[in-house]
Design a protein around this ligand. Sequence first.
Ligand code: ADP
Ligand code: MG
Length: 363
Amino acid sequence: MNGTAKGTWHAPGRVNLIGEHTDYNEGFVLPFALPQGITAEGERRDDGLLELHSGGQREVVELDGLAPGRVRGWAAYPAGVAGALAEAGYLVGGATLRFTSDLPTGAGLSSSAALECATALALTGLYGVKADRRELVKITQRAENAYAGVPSGILDQSASLLCERDHALLLDCRTGLSAQVPLDLGEHRVLVVDTGVRHSLDDGRYADRRAECEKAAGLLGVPALRDVEDLAASLSRLVDPVLRRRVQHVVTENHRVQATVGLLKAGAAPEVGAMLTASHLSLRDLYQVSWPQADVAVEAAVTGGARGGRMIGGGFGGSVIVLVHRDRIARVRQAVDEAYAARSWRPPSYLEAVASPGAARLS
Ligand code: ADP
Ligand code: MG
């Protein structure tokens, strides 16, 4: 075995610049990795147990007989990775894993994928198991879907495992193929506004959206909404106004991802702001997954001088991103703070999203 008795691995959270609710429709997304993430300090052990520590909590899981549904709560994510590795034929044994995080949880910055990806690198690293990153994307996604019970696409895990510094990742969620897109924002910055509202992806609303999209694709006779070519003709074939709205969002959002890549390649980063705002309005009015604090943050930020902004993540809580000239960050923050205060909402928290490297071994 070429493993290592102990080591430390880090997996980042992510911001998805654009392409929301397109991943499970086999479309396109454009995430980049954050400097913030989850670190796993790992040590091999030979008793077949997975001992997991995080934030003062300790969970012990037996690897033998690990199956979806056996482990609940936060430990389902790392245990799910061990289970999914075994299912895929990658034999890893017991370990003690100590997690530390500087990523807010449930903020739409993908702490769950960071937890899974840090675990995947730690377990494969400790046991000298060679699995390529694309394979690990599938394994960590399986952990989230089957073991944690969240029916998410490959966006978050791909971002954590495949992103590179100063680049966004253009990911085709149908093929899993990706391309690095240089993210040169010039004097502009991406500011994350954590609205403080917490979502739960397993509360059913996310699953509802997926089911609506599948139904619409079935009615339109296409494998996935990614394949809708003539939007107007497709909309006219759908009777249900709800399904029409969902389709319109997914199709136009895929176009916005491509347009954003075009703007970045043309050195027109500030114009990405308009794409972000268009995405937000579509998520608010057509896909209907935004929440009041996100709507107010986007509106106040734009009024305060930002180039644009949008909610990120599955919806109903989490964060907003805003594209803003660095000299206007303070003004935009003040505008958002004031808009929140006027509604007696708790002030949001902020972090600057700097495109950072993907998951890696630290020591
Ligand atoms: P997001 O991925 O946007 O942060 P999710 O709801 O997908 O939100 O995942 C959050 C869940 O991931 C938490 O409820 C917890 O179960 C798990 N999690 C994230 N970070 C940690 C951590 N540092 N320690 C333990 N569990 C964590
Ligand atoms: Mg998550």
